[in-house]
Design a protein around this ligand. Sequence first.
Ligand code: SAH
Length: 266
Amino acid sequence: MRLGIISALSEEQQGLVEAMQSPYKLIHGQREYWVGQLWEIDAVCVLSRIGKVAAAVTTTTLVEKFGVTHILFTGVAGSGDKTVNVGDIVVAESLVQHDMDASPLFPRFEVPLLGLTHFPADHQLASRLFDAASSFLDEDFMEAIAADEKAVFRLTRPRIHRGLIASGDQFIDDREHINGLNAALPGLVAVEMEGAAVAQVCHELDVPCAVIRTISDNANENAATDFLRFVKSVAAVYACYIVRRFCLQAQDVKISDQASRESAGT
Ligand code: SAH
């Protein structure tokens, strides 16, 4: 496994690059790719910057130039449903581009000539990420997040959700807009600006991918309030703990695969 980890904002990825063992930096297409190991797993960390095109070119480069075999996107998102709150975690089952609309030539949301509206995340990768995030909430959350940040953002018992993530080239901070998307997209849990582009590229290149997001805002008029403080003091901490748990699990899987190969004499 060579894991590519993408985030959009530098604040989202801060701790991860610091946690890398023997990292070195390669610059390509105006982006810094950090190559090294994360908890014994070969990894490449990169900032895509914001938006679908930025995410698509970064994903393509990770696969074509850096040879990654699996991709994770970790970052923040706006809530896509009333049951999803700030501080909750969402893991994508599938992803849709909410601003794709070539109707009446093609159905709304369908990517023309690909015949798809929803791009599935890799089931196994998403399940492992979900397990890592659940363990984080159960075992690490209380001590990982500073008490005053918990108070400011009213984080009491954050929950985890699996469902549909919608991406588009818009920061959504309008109640009517988010309610309209919620009505048009059953199962919607979050809105952001990159995930579905990563999922489309991974679908086309046949690379497994998964997307995890911490909810930073309610995609309404208050969305920009304290946004960066939340990303730095809450979401970045979540990302680091969750990726750590994910890599340690992957390490266990690697060891047990090796053991079963050895006992089978292959
Ligand atoms: N104000 C920020 C802009 C961040 S854009 C700044 O000055 O840096 C928002 C980023 O967070 C995107 O990468 C997107 O994926 C995610 N995001 C969080 N909340 C969102 C929302 N309500 N709508 C769309 N994207 C959101």
